[in-house]
Design a protein around this ligand. Sequence first.
Ligand code: COA
Length: 199
Amino acid sequence: MIESVPPYRVEPMQWDDVPEVMTIERQSFTLPWSDYTYQHEILENNHSHYYVARYTNGQAAGRANWLKRLFQRSRQSPVIGYGGFWLVVDEAHISTIASGESWRGRGIGELMLLAMVERSIELGAVMVTLEVRVSNTVAQNLYHKYGFQVVGRRPRYYRDNDEDADLMTVDQIQSEAYRAKLRDLRAALEDRLRRGEDR
Ligand SMILES: CC(C)(COP(=O)(O)OP(=O)(O)OC[C@H]1O[C@@H](n2cnc3c(N)ncnc32)[C@H](O)[C@@H]1OP(=O)(O)O)[C@@H](O)C(=O)NCCC(=O)NCCS
């Protein structure tokens, strides 16, 4: 379930979010995707599920008219994180996740991961996979927190420095045990986000 945790809101990425997404993309990755790639993902790839997190500054999602919402989206509810996955049959593959540089350590990356795992469960996935640089311990910590484990290694996966990727997965995400774990993680995260606590 993609929903708000005031003052944050998670919603499907739209084409007019791409410029803000690209700003974070360039801050976050040494091999950034292009804006064309994001547009293709959200407009043309039927397997894609991409989301943004916004800081709403206390504004409710509401049903304001479209012009007001467009204005609010870009001016007053900046994109502060995003993530996406591909769903193929019953496997969700997280293709990207990032939080804005100045927002790191405030629960936004975790909010994106939680939203994507919950959405994967809703869509019927039984497992979630992803690749992560072997040096990226911050992201690995986040994934471990959500039950991901290293199941393999892809040698020289990243073209910029020939770094290896760890392949991480979490399975049995439909099980009651995993759903209960997610509920606990969500409750703790909501509490942290509401209090605006840094790590
Ligand atoms: C990885 C990333 C998305 C994490 O997002 P974030 O908003 O900074 O992280 P959060 O505040 O939500 O923290 C969630 C968890 O991440 C881990 N984490 C976050 N910052 C950390 C740090 N400085 N050191 C170690 N672990 C850290 C912890 O497990 C943390 O949970 P905890 O606070 O209960 O310990 C973010 O650092 C980022 O965008 N990095 C650049 C892009 C990237 O590497 N993406 C991953 C590609 S595989």
